[in-house]
Design a protein around this ligand. Sequence first.
Ligand code: APR
Length: 235
Amino acid sequence: MSSHHPALVILTGAGISAESGLPTFRGAGGLWEGHRVEDVATPEAFARDPELVLRFYDARRQALARVAPNPAHFALARLEAAWQGPFLLITQNVDDLHERAGSRKLLHMHGELVRVRCVRCGLNERLEGPLAGRACPRCGARPGLRPDVVWFGEIPYSLDEIEAALARCALFVAIGTSGEVYPAAGFVDEARAHGAHTIELNLEPSRISARFAEHRFGPASRIVPAWVEELLARG
Ligand code: APR
């Protein structure tokens, strides 16, 4: 384990996928515009009108086929491959652009659009195609299938592993996230409390900018590759 590559934790949000063509949540033209979060991204919404919720996620699942990773995703995959110390990429995003760019040491704390699960039998797998009006392939329940994404009011995935990584990291970098949603918005505080250096990479200052020791502003497709090249050049 090389000493000059300390434990690194990266957190990404919708901003890293914006230049790939996937809308962010908050901001002009955001995904929530035209939709109230409580109408499409809560367990209550799914119980009240499953077909509406499934049509909303079917559209987002189909959109994945039309987009591709951008230079920021590829830069993080290069960084992971070159990093000699502990490395973890935590994403709030439910798209599969990090995987498609080559990232492997990756946790989807808010789940994944490409996976579905059945509320009746617990089936949990990658499944292509629309979910609206579709019966569970294993138990036949309908409604039954839902996207394997974490809705408001539900518990994010992998919090224990994330907690352990934040407690031992020496460098914490947040990329393209507004800091509007917890627990992800509090990760910088946990990392800093354990002595990590903290960097925010974003298009513009966020609600949590003041909690980072260092900031770089600009589009992710430009500033993330620049930051990665600089970090790797330092050795
Ligand atoms: N490059 C870098 N950052 C960008 C870019 C870009 N091209 N475009 C937008 N951003 C930044 C915005 O400045 C903002 O800070 O990305 C952030 C997007 O914020 P949100 O839309 O709130 O997305 P995110 O922080 O990922 O939301 C967190 O909220 O709705 C829930 O579960 C959903 O995972 C999501 C969570």
